[in-house]
Design a protein around this ligand. Structure first.
Ligand SMILES: [Zn+2]
Length: 318
């Protein structure tokens, strides 16, 4: 079986040890100085009331990023992690404005460093990497234009554009011009939708932003016509089982709609989202989360086949 993770935030997957070392180097005071005491500050151990509470855990991993070299290191280590997890292909996404937010780096310098680190990692470890730029909707439409411009400076190294952050507070329609520009550039489109807002948010992502894949999309199950449309139009769903339990997008693994997506013929897949923040690996999602969510080995195999089908391998970093 080909092992592909299509939905992994490299800025949500910063190693504990790296957070400690970067804090030391950059003179940033963390709430704890050893891995075990720091872990509860940067890793989720029980479900949070909502997505924004989940996002709180990003505070310290982002706070230690102070120079482009730090971003380069994080990107390279993400590819090394993918190699250690025996991934055959990984699609890594990142938000340059978010990564730059704590210490006033320029977003363009962040993009350059991430591209450089991911390429170096891909060559070193032999793992094909597709990079996806993320616009952090929580910063608002204006800042997202700056973020988009920074990403467009490396348009040939980046394959796709995504929209993440506070879905309920910042609906897709605010970002129509950004995604029109991205499509005109030839980028593919994936959108976080139907995680913290309802099925109408998924429709907006498809109709207004041109989404070819949907991140999470859990609430699609509330709308049978939308379920049909996702299957017919072959719009992929990037499911992230543990993340969805931790953000309370679903109440439990057993209540997760992934099995229903697969049985409905939707090109749904299994992904990690933010492995370090969630305290998980790809194997955890395949071996533990997926069976808990009611997937038979056949359905797990189908999800992995779907990932092969909807992966953007043409956009791999060279
Ligand atoms: Zn995500």
């Amino acid at each position: 079986m080909t092992r592909i993770d299509l939905h992994r935030h490299l800025d949500g997957n910063i190693r504990l040890q790296t957070i400690l070392e970067l804090a030391d180097k950059n003179g940033i005071v963390l709430p704890a100085r050893d891995p075990d005491s720091l872990r509860p500050h940067v890793t989720i151990s029980s479900p949070q009331p909502g997505l924004t509470d989940f996002l709180e855990k990003f505070r310290w991993p982002i706070a230690v990023l102070a120079t482009p070299d730090d971003c380069r290191r994080v990107a390279r280590e993400n590819v090394e992690d993918a190699f250690r997890e025996r991934l055959d292909h990984v699609e890594l996404r990142f938000s340059p404005v978010f990564m730059a937010s704590a210490n006033g780096m320029g977003p363009a310098a962040v993009v350059e460093a991430v591209v450089d680190g991911a390429r170096a990692g891909s060559r070193e470890f032999g793992v094909p990497v597709t990079l996806i730029g993320v616009l952090s909707r929580t910063f608002g439409a204006e800042t997202c234009f700056r973020e988009l411009d920074a990403l467009l400076g490396f348009r040939d190294r980046i394959a796709a554009l995504d929209l993440a952050g506070d879905e309920a507070g910042f609906p897709a329609r605010l970002f129509e011009p950004h995604f029109r520009k991205a499509r005109n550039t030839g980028w593919r489109i994936t959108i976080h939708a139907g995680e913290a807002a309802g099925p109408e948010s998924i429709r907006e992502a498809i109709d207004l932003l041109g989404a070819e894949r949907i991140g999470h999309g859990t609430r699609a199950v509330e709308d049978p016509a939308l379920m049909d449309e996702l299957a017919e139009k072959e719009i992929g769903i990037e499911s992230c089982l543990t993340s969805n339990v931790q953000t309370s997008a679903v109440p439990s693994y057993a209540a997760h709609p992934l099995r229903r997506f697969l049985e409905h013929g939707i090109l749904a897949t299994i992904n990690t989202d933010d492995p370090a923040i969630s305290g998980i690996t790809f194997d955890h999602e395949i071996d533990i989360a997926a069976p808990e969510a009611g997937l038979t080995p056949e359905l797990v195999a189908l999800a992995m086949k779907n990932a092969e089908r909807i992966a953007w391998r043409d956009g791999c970093l060279k």
